[in-house]
Design a binder for this molecule. Structure first.
Ligand SMILES: O=C[C@H](O)[C@H](O)[C@H](O)COP(=O)(O)O
Length: 244
């Protein structure tokens, strides 16, 4: 990616993304995430393909990422060819450092992202260091993808779980539609003490397709901030790699 100099937050995202891209090796089937941080991963993989001859194939998690991957010359594949992926690299809206549980989906791509994450042997999360939270739900709503039919009923049931629920809309007031043509309910629960129970309760609502709690899925997080790059794994192993 070229052009304007990056602001500090974007620079941290890029640093985390470039670090994560080093995990991608020849012959891998790679899940490509969505969002401003994942964009840097896609750009770096494109660069490695062009400049280093890296040979990979990839499945993107959104129409936007697919368009970028095509521009970068990243060969795309399908779950028919690759039901299992070697690695997926994606961003996150919140990261709980002790568990690597996540909130994702601020960009609306949570359904495809979770399908790709579930198919991947490794799920590597890239972010700037501002995404750490003590408890999920502290910074962001939990997005819940619901089918359009009867969405008001699903929204009422989400509210009964304790959330303030707002259907996601565009500035002009029209409903935001996901790539799968569903609606998003942004659910503010406040700090979530027991995400596993909440996850099951949300799945129990008819009409819900998926939610943005990504629990026990990340195998590694790579974040960058003023103190350098930090790599966390679920077993609380951690390493700090020099100052930036
Ligand atoms: O639907 C969007 C995704 O879950 C993104 O990966 C997430 O919102 C993080 O995006 P960003 O890297 O732009 O903060």
């Amino acid at each position: 990616m070229t052009g304007q100099p990056l602001d500090p937050a974007a620079l941290f995202k890029q640093q985390a993304a470039i670090q994560a891209a080093t995990l991608v090796k020849d012959g891998m089937a790679v899940g490509l995430g969505t969002g401003s941080t994942a964009t840097f991963v896609v750009a770096e993989l494109g660069r490695r393909i062009r400049e280093e001859g890296l040979r990979i194939c990839a499945i993107p998690t959104s129409d936007a990422t697919e368009a970028q991957a095509r521009e970068e010359g990243i060969p795309l594949t399908s779950f028919g060819e690759h039901p299992d992926l070697d690695i997926a690299i994606d961003g996150a809206d919140e990261i709980e450092p002790g568990t690597l549980n996540l909130v994702k989906g601020r960009g609306g791509a949570l359904l495809r992202e979770k399908i790709v994450a579930a198919a991947a042997k490794q799920l590597v999360i890239v972010a700037d260091a501002s995404k750490y939270v003590e408890h999920l739900g502290m910074l962001c709503p939990v997005p819940v993808e619901v089918v359009p039919f009867g969405w008001e009923s699903a929204a009422t049931r989400l509210a009964r779980l304790g959330a303030h629920v707002a259907p996601r809309k565009h500035r002009d007031g029209s409903f935001y539609l996901t790539d799968e043509k569903n609606l998003i309910m942004d659910c503010v629960f406040g700090p979530i003490e027991d995400p596993d129970t909440l996850s099951q309760s949300i799945y129990g609502i008819v009409g819900v397709i998926e939610h943005g709690l990504f629990l026990h899925m990340a195998t590694q997080t790579i974040t960058a901030g003023p103190e350098g790059i930090k790599i966390l794994e679920p077993a609380r192993k951690q390493a700090t790699q020099g100052a930036l």
